[in-house]
Design a protein around this ligand. Sequence first.
Ligand code: MLT
Length: 202
Amino acid sequence: MKHIFQKGNDPTKPVLLVLHGTGGNELDMLPIAGRIDADASVLSVRGNVLENGMPRFFRRLAEGVFDEEDLIFRTKELHDFLDEAAEKYQFDRDNIVAIGYSNGANIAGSLLFHYENALKGAILHHPMVPRRGVELPNLEGKSIFIGAGSNDPMCSPEESTELQSLLESANANVHLHWENWGHQLTVSELEAAKKWYEETIK
Ligand code: MLT
């Protein structure tokens, strides 16, 4: 997968896996990763799917309606890529924390829904429930921040709390943070994510 790897100053820190929203790329969210943890290594990936020229991490049939078959295929593709990247760049495969926005948060959520040890934690900015009716792996020890919008047109408050309870039922430690700015990623949400990361991930 097309990506950027930036080695951090502190090899004991998690590797921040950065996943952009629809129409973004691997450069967009680098400043956000630097803001969350300036000393951590960063692996920022570009989604392999194009929708009218806009990169995404998996196909959708309509806005908010995912192509499940492609979602499963692309989730495995990203999971395999993480294994390869850990070997190539010599980092600890078990110490990856994702930072995703929108479509990037959805593929990070899908990694958690399908694989027990894909991620150590995740900051999900405006995620949706990636799949329904599946049994989640045991996510004990995984820490997840959800940044949700009480008036997000892409994701209702009910869907945000549904995601929280699905992850908690799989034993994850989940913090749900509310904003009131639609689907936007605001500075106050980023500050809340940073505070959560400093207190929870260290
Ligand atoms: C998705 O397709 O992942 C969601 O609708 C969010 C987005 O548009 O990226």
